[in-house]
Design a protein around this ligand. Structure first.
Ligand code: G6P
Length: 368
């Protein structure tokens, strides 16, 4: 066990640091020149993708958060309507299946009982095809789906998913481009996404250099009972993922809100005892987010803002800004995930919890 962990104290940390390699491996062989190779999803994929007019994504846990990010991409880049649902809800309600819809499951293990049951249900519900994005080649989900894209993250041991999540996001971006090629995405836009993907492992490597800074920041959270995570747009699911990581391994109650919803409830909770973590890339929603953060400040809340280099935000009493290297809107969800993983990790280490095997949780939930 120690040998496999190498120099790392926990598998989770090792897996966080493996992300540049895991992402590169997930891209390997799937890009040709300025294009995504649709055949990466299987021989039938080009034919299926040409037909698809809507997408349904279903998953559990961290994989569900990846699906939530993808909805923004699929609607914005591919121009296709997209719905996302947790598998345990999807399987127990009556759904209206759109015509020519692609049913996509996401799963690290490929054995999550609810996700598998949702796939089996979908196969008899009139979808055009099923597609699995999965990390385990010999899993049930892979065997039972029409199309497959394997995330090549390698075995993930830590119960809290890290590299499986970011490689799922990469896989989802590949899928969005392949679908977009048949729909709203121009060749220039496709080439832009492909260039961003090729540069991604290096960008992730650069963000990992924040490790020491975040380890120091973690001290603030150790004696807190609650933490609020805020984001807008495709950073809202990243805020959800940050909150999930923190609660899974540090046992601090954490929840995420889309920042625009603050005044509809969570503002009532704000005081010095409630740290507020915000994910703030320099995108079209930044000004909106900043005014939401002002509302937190005005009530004495302590803000910890992850922002990229160009975000005009200054450190002051009650506002800590952690700068990330400059990126691009499209890959920001992947980039901003990394410091949140590190934050949860270091808080858990300081609290002395069992980081790789948190209480009451399992790596793969194979029973309902
Ligand atoms: C469990 C794990 C999570 C994981 C979820 C879904 O709850 O602890 O880390 O995200 O299952 O698992 P899957 O293998 O389907 O991605």
């Amino acid at each position: 066990d120690a040998a496999e962990r190498g120099e790392y104290r926990h598998f989770m940390l090792k897996e966080i640091f493996e992300q540049p390699r895991a992402i590169a491996d997930t891209l390997e062989g799937r890009l040709v020149g300025t294009r995504v190779l649709p055949e990466s999803f299987g021989n039938l994929a080009p034919e299926v993708f040409a037909r698809v007019k809507a997408v349904t994504l279903v998953a559990c846990g961290t994989s569900y958060h990846a699906a939530l990010v993808a909805r923004y991409w699929i609607e914005a880049l591919a121009g296709l309507p997209c719905t996302v649902e947790v598998a345990s809800e999807y399987r127990y309600r009556k759904q209206v299946v759109p015509s020519d819809a692609l049913f996509v499951t996401l799963s690290q293990s490929g054995e999550t009982a609810d996700t598998l049951a949702a796939l089996r249900l979908a196969k008899s519900s009139g979808y055009a095809a099923t597609l699995a994005i999965c990390n385990v080649p010999e899993s049930s989900l892979v065997r039972e789906s029409d199309l497959v894209l394997l995330t090549h993250a390698g075995p993930e041991i830590g119960v809290a998913s890290t590299k499986a999540f970011t490689t799922q996001l990469v896989a989802l971006l590949l899928m969005t481009v392949a679908l977009g090629h048949e729909n709203a995405l121009s060749d220039t836009a496709e080439a832009h996404v492909v260039a961003l993907l090729r540069a991604l492992p290096g960008k992730v490597e650069a963000v990992l250099e924040l490790d020491d800074r975040i380890a120091a920041l973690a001290e603030v959270f150790v004696d807190k009972q609650h933490t609020l995570f805020l984001g807008r747009g495709e950073q809202y699911p990243i805020a959800m993922e940050g909150a999930l990581k923190l609660k899974e391994i540090s046992y601090i109650h954490a929840e995420a809100y889309p920042a625009g919803e603050l005044k509809h409830g969570p503002l009532a909770l704000i005081d010095e005892q409630m740290p507020v973590v915000a994910v703030a890339p320099n995108n079209a929603l930044l000004e909106k987010l900043k005014s939401n953060l002002e509302e937190v400040r005005a009530r004495g809340g302590q803000l910890y803002v992850f922002a990229d280099l160009h975000v005009p935000m200054v450190e002051e009493e009650g506002v800590t800004v952690i700068r990330l290297p400059e990126t691009d809107d499209l890959i920001d969800p992947i980039i901003f995930t990394i410091p949140l993983q590190l934050l949860a990790y270091h808080v858990a280490v300081l609290k002395g919890t069992d980081v790789d095997q948190p209480r009451n949780l399992a790596k793969s939930v194979t029973v309902e």
